[in-house]
Write a protein that binds this ligand. Structure first.
Ligand code: 6PG
Ligand code: NI
Length: 188
């Protein structure tokens, strides 16, 4: 259903939108196949199945020609040495998207099937996702990382693409920061 012209309250400190639409919570058990270390993933599921990230949306519908927004908050953490992250997806119609960093320290990992790009996301950074670039967000800090996303309502979300092709690189926790490595496991 279309919505009328409206004001949406964006509370930067709380990371909320109001009036609010659907809210989505992704727990560790929802993230099968994401982390390279599957045993570490299984252990984390058995060990309390923590919330990894949540997404709150405004009332703007995901429909053609609409321009919905949502705020994603990724909790700090790592599993098997990989920083906590979103599932990641490709927009099937290859629509572009913008992100605005709100709080915490994160990054935007993008992959077009050949090249990988990383954009550091801190409060105030606008990250641009060009058409055709699959994207995943990663929390590389010690606090929750939140960002606002604005995207075409008809964009759709293809999660299978990322499961098949990956995102080019993985993002590993290091004592002194972040390290990038190959996406698929070495043949053993
Ligand atoms: C979108 C945005 C963004 C994203 C969330 C959760 O297209 O809607 O990229 O809102 O959906 O950050 O990430 P996943 O959709 O990959 O779980
Ligand atoms: Ni997207």
């Amino acid at each position: 259903l279309p919505v009328p012209p409206m004001s949406i309250r964006f509370d930067q400190a709380a990371g909320t939108l109001s009036p609010a639409g659907p809210e989505l919570t992704r727990r560790m058990s929802d993230l099968e196949g994401l982390f390279l270390d599957q045993n570490a993933w299984r252990t984390a599921v058995a060990d309390g199945d923590p919330i990894v990230y949540s997404v709150v949306s405004s009332l703007v519908p995901e429909a053609d020609r609409e321009l919905p927004q949502s705020i994603t908050t990724i909790q700090p953490g790592s599993t098997g040495g990989e920083f906590w992250m979103t599932k990641g997806h490709q927009h099937p119609n290859h629509q572009g998207e913008i992100y605005l960093g709100i709080s915490g320290r994160g990054g935007l990992l993008m992959f077009d099937g050949t090249d990988t790009r990383w954009v550091d996301m801190t409060p105030g950074t606008i990250g641009y996702i060009p058409p055709g670039w699959a994207h995943r967000s990663v929390n590389v800090g010690g606090k929750p990382y939140s960002f606002l996303a604005v995207y075409p309502g008809g964009a759709g979300h293809d999660y299978g693409w990322v499961l098949e092709y990956g995102l080019g690189q993985r993002v590993w926790r290091q004592d002194d920061g972040v390290a990038f490595g190959g996406y698929f496991a070495e043949a053993s």
